[in-house]
Write a protein that binds this ligand. Sequence first.
Ligand SMILES: [Zn+2]
Length: 477
Amino acid sequence: MAKFYLTSAIPYVNAAPHIGHAQEFVYSDVIRRFRMLLGYTVTYLCGADENALKIVQAAEKAKQNPQEFTDIHQKEFLDLAQKLSVHFDIWQRGTDQIHHFASSQKLWKLCEKNGDIYKKSYTGLYCVGCEQFYPKEELNEHGECYEHPGRKLEQVSEENYFFSLSKYQSFIENLLESDTLKILPKIRKNEALAFVRRGLEDFSISRSTKRAKGWGVPVPGDSDQIMYVWFDALNIYQTGIGFGYDQTLFDTWAGQDCMVIGKGILRFHVVYWPAILTSAGLPLPKSCFSHGYLTVDGQKMSKTLGNVVDPMTIITKYGSDAVRYYLLKEIPSYSDGDYSERRFKEVYNSDLAGGLGNLVARVAKLAEKASSLNTKTYNYKVVCKDVCKTELEEFRFNDALANIWKKMKEADQFIDTNEPWKLEGKGLTRIIEDASNRIVEIATLLEPFMPDTSSKIIKQFTSKKIISGPALFPRII
Ligand SMILES: [Zn+2]
């Protein structure tokens, strides 16, 4: 059976999840469900990035030890996923010493054996927010990184281990150019290629144990050094599938079929990661979907502005499928998008209460009058082909939903044209059967996007006797 190994970015669990995390979880969950419906055996892995220096700092601030601190926060991510009907097949934590430390040390040793790890002293500007050194030309006019404006970079001078990335310059360039590692959207592919063509430099993959405050994966054979958080965080993608402790499991899944990530961490995933894997002689990722960022009311989300949206609040208020719909339909998956409660209500009322909810209620009501209906069920593989298969393969979720909504409009028009409320007997049955089948087809297509709503509708319209239910999406005032 065809297999599909899907991963989404491993979030830092230094604070509660925000709506951007919800978006990425939902994107990945749609891909997971879509592939399963196509007949693939899917493993979807996510996890908790817990070994960063900023975790230690955040824990200090909260007056907790880092382990307690990450125990609490990683759970919030799991709760969010559950509330969004997002299913992780594997949740791999970075603090899992038994599996993850051993797995990361194995990766390190393989790269070392291949001659790609060496020690040198280094001085540079370090952003703790990104856990990354930046050259001056990649900073803004205040000398701050673009991800964390307002935060001063630290001048750091220490002896670290480096990875010979420069050795893989042409290999990575070919990998991306040939789409052997296919990046979508294309703008991100071009961005990654431009970065590679500027010339790849070796990068530091360890920190002094002292500066890392002893928190993280120890470098094998050198107790003064801890692995740089990205080196071990990326390896979570392998730890979760058995690397270093279950070879059979690892051989089954190794080589990510798809990595879902935000645009800010592109180079780590499509440049550093495949280079490390190649050095270690391990299977490479095959594709990468890099999505944009969410603003809130047109502004960047920030604690200072106080506009960080807690996804739990809106899910509780409006329901998981409504939030999924907004994130998938209103935010173009290839670019940045905006969340605002005002817009959320507009979209909810027009597309969900008005569009889908209204169509379902309308036909169910008429169906109560019709007798002996014979509705069909639909095979997802067959119906998605003409409506949204390509769109989903290319992660264009908003386009896929637009196509499904077009079908919904057609169903509405079909009812308006045939005026079943004027009909009785066989005439009525024929029209209602047709309309019900259209609804079941639409609900089948909606399964990856709005799983709860989809199954509710299918259940209602494939019963022997269709009866009206409560409003799927009561209008919000
Ligand atoms: Zn930064």
